[in-house]
Design a protein around this ligand. Structure first.
Ligand code: MD3
Ligand code: FE
Length: 225
């Protein structure tokens, strides 16, 4: 048996740590489609985001009541966008909270992705754009601001990798962890749509795709029934 180099050993150790932490199998209806988008398509999606920010700049979301800022900044595509602030909390709005302009339309690549993966009769009204910079995270939560609670959520990861964790319908149980890479798509249908999930770590600086660094996540949702 060849002996492991120090680097191989470190890799094996990280892998085994990952395995012991990802205890449960993913909930039913959860699909991970690795490298769904080619590097050229990823670059096109980034240019769509860049163009969108000219009329819908990234804004700083804040928690309801306390006003504590979230660590991501966000914007949206679509006829409705997800926003949150101290005074009014989590909700969908047709216009940008700072400029008052309507959100830019959903890019064609995302319309096609939804049609190919969502198995839902209507197009999504909303596509949230989350930009994770160095140290950004997202705590465990369930998406419950949509009336169409049974429509799947379809998300695209761009730029730096992220450790994504999905648990069950109760807070605090064991989770399934996956490292989401640039170009990956995740579809949350069925039971997984009602599960707690979080982003526990960004592997900051591993990708050069996102201007000014970090990770951009695009999350399409059907809001109304
Ligand atoms: C699993 N975003 O915006 S995307 C969110 O990477 C959100 O930015 C994360 O959670 C991110 O709400 C995760 C994948 C995702 C989105 C919605 C889900 C996973 C989900 C809804 C239910 C279960
Ligand atoms: Fe979520």
């Amino acid at each position: 048996m060849p002996r492991l180099s120090a680097l191989d050993f470190a890799k094996a150790e990280r892998q085994s740590a990952l395995m012991t932490r990802s205890q449960i199998s993913p909930p039913a209806g959860f699909k991970h489609l690795p490298l769904y988008f080619s590097p050229a398509q990823q670059a096109e999606l980034i240019s769509c985001v860049k163009q969108a920010t000219q009329t819908a700049p990234f804004f700083q979301p804040a928690m309801p009541k306390t006003g504590t800022p979230l660590s991501v900044v966000m914007t949206n595509f679509g006829t409705l966008g997800w926003v949150t602030d101290k005074a009014q909390g989590y909700r969908y709005e047709p216009a940008h909270p700072k400029t008052g302009a309507h959100w830019p339309p959903l890019p064609d690549l995302l319309v096609r992705l939804w049609k190919e993966t969502a198995e839902w009769p209507d197009l999504p009204e909303a596509c949230l754009v989350n930009w994770y910079r160095e140290g950004s995270k997202m705590g465990a939560h369930i998406d419950r601001d949509e009336l169409a609670v049974n429509a799947p959520v379809v998300s695209v990861s761009l730029g730096d990798p992220a450790m994504f964790r999905i648990g069950g319908p109760k807070r605090g149980g064991p989770t399934h962890g996956i490292k989401l890479m640039s170009g990956d798509v995740v579809v949350m249908g069925g039971a997984s749509r009602q599960c707690y999930h979080s982003v526990s770590k960004i592997y900051y600086g591993e990708s050069a795709l996102v201007p000014n660094g970090g990770r951009i996540n695009l999350t399409m949702r059907r809001v109304n029934l």
